[in-house]
Design a protein around this ligand. Structure first.
Ligand SMILES: [Zn+2]
Length: 257
C-alpha cells in the first residue's frame, strides 16, 4: 500500500482538476474558452481570487457565499470537485500507479463533464467526443490494454448500435430516442475501452435509464412524454465498464473473447 500522503495527493489533484471541470461544464456548451478569462462569480461577475478558488476548502471557508456579493455559490461546485477527487482515488486503487491509470482518470473526468453538460443542456458537445474518439484510438493502441483493432471495433460497435437504434426509434417508439451526441459518445467509449466495454456501457445505461425513468414517471416527478437525457446514464455505464468491465464480461460470457 502506498503512503497516505500519496493517496491524499491523488485526491487533491482530482479536486483541482475537478475545479477546472466546473469551468468546462459552464463554458463548453456556450462555446467559450476554457482557459481565459479567470473564473468570475456568476451573480456579480467579480473575478475570483486564487485563495477563494481552492477546491472544496474555499466553499467551506466562504460558507458557500461569494466574498463580494454574498450571493450563494451553487453546491454543485464542491460536489463536482469532490466526486472527481474520489474518482481518481478509485481509478488508482483499481489500476495502481501505472500510465493506464492516467488515461482512465482523464476518461473519468470526461464522463463526469458529459454527465453535467447533458443534464444541463441535453447535448453532448462534439468538441468533447470527436477529439475524444481520436485520442481514444491513440491511447487504446499505445497505452491501454485495448489494442488498435479492438479500439476500432469499439467505434464501429458502440457508434453503430446507437446509430441503428436512432434510425429505428421513430418507427418503433414513435419518437426520437437517441441523439447524435449519444452515438459519438459511445463510439468514443468504444475507442478507449473496446467493443465489449461499449456493449456493457449500453447495457448498464439502458437498465439504469429504464428503472430510473419509469420510477420518475410512476412517482409523478416527471410527465410520461418528458425527455430525459441519456448521456448521464451512458456516462455512468461507461464508468462502471471502465472499472469493472472485464469482470462483468467474464461473469456473463465466460470464455467468450
Ligand atoms: Zn458575487
Amino acid at each position: 500500500m502506498a503512503h497516505w500522503i500519496v493517496w491524499l495527493s491523488v485526491f487533491t489533484l482530482g479536486t483541482i482538476i475537478g475545479s477546472f471541470l466546473t469551468v468546462c461544464i459552464h463554458r463548453i456548451p456556450n462555446g467559450q474558452s476554457i482557459v481565459a478569462p479567470r473564473s468570475a462569480c456568476p451573480a456579480c461577475e467579480t473575478q475570483i481570487n486564487w485563495y477563494d478558488n481552492v477546491p472544496l476548502i474555499s466553499f467551506l471557508w466562504l460558507k458557500g457565499q461569494c466574498r463580494a456579493c454574498q450571493g450563494s455559490i451553487a453546491p454543485r461546485y464542491p460536489v463536482i470537485e469532490l466526486i472527481n477527487g474520489l474518482g481518481y482515488l478509485l481509478v488508482v486503487w483499481r489500476f495502481g500507479f501505472i500510465w493506464e491509470a492516467v488515461v482512465y482518470a482523464g476518461l473519468f473526468s470526461v464522463f463526469w463533464v458529459v454527465t453535467w453538460i447533458d443534464w444541463d443542456h441535453k447535448i453532448i458537445p462534439d468538441v468533447i467526443t470527436l477529439p475524444g474518439i481520436v485520442i481514444g484510438v491513440l491511447s487504446g493502441s499505445l497505452v491501454l490494454p485495448t489494442g488498435w483493432l479492438n479500439s476500432l471495433l469499439g467505434i464501429v460497435v458502440g457508434g453503430g448500435i446507437l446509430l441503428v437504434l436512432a434510425w429505428m426509434s421513430p418507427y418503433v417508439f414513435g419518437k426520437e430516442g437517441m441523439g447524435g451526441g449519444d452515438i459519438k459518445f459511445l463510439a468514443m467509449v468504444g475507442a478507449f475501452l473496446g467493443w465489449q466495454q461499449a456493449l456493457i456501457t449500453l447495457m448498464i445505461a439502458s437498465v439504469f435509464g429504464s428503472v430510473i425513468g419509469i420510477g420518475l414517471v410512476v412517482f409523478k416527478v416527471m410527465q410520461k412524454d418528458q425527455y430525459i437525457p441519456f448521456g448521464p446514464y451512458l456516462a455512468l455505464g461507461a464508468f462502471i465498464a471502465m472499472i469493472w468491465g472485464p469482470d462483468i464480461w467474464q461473469w456473463y460470457f465466460p470464455g467468450l473473447v
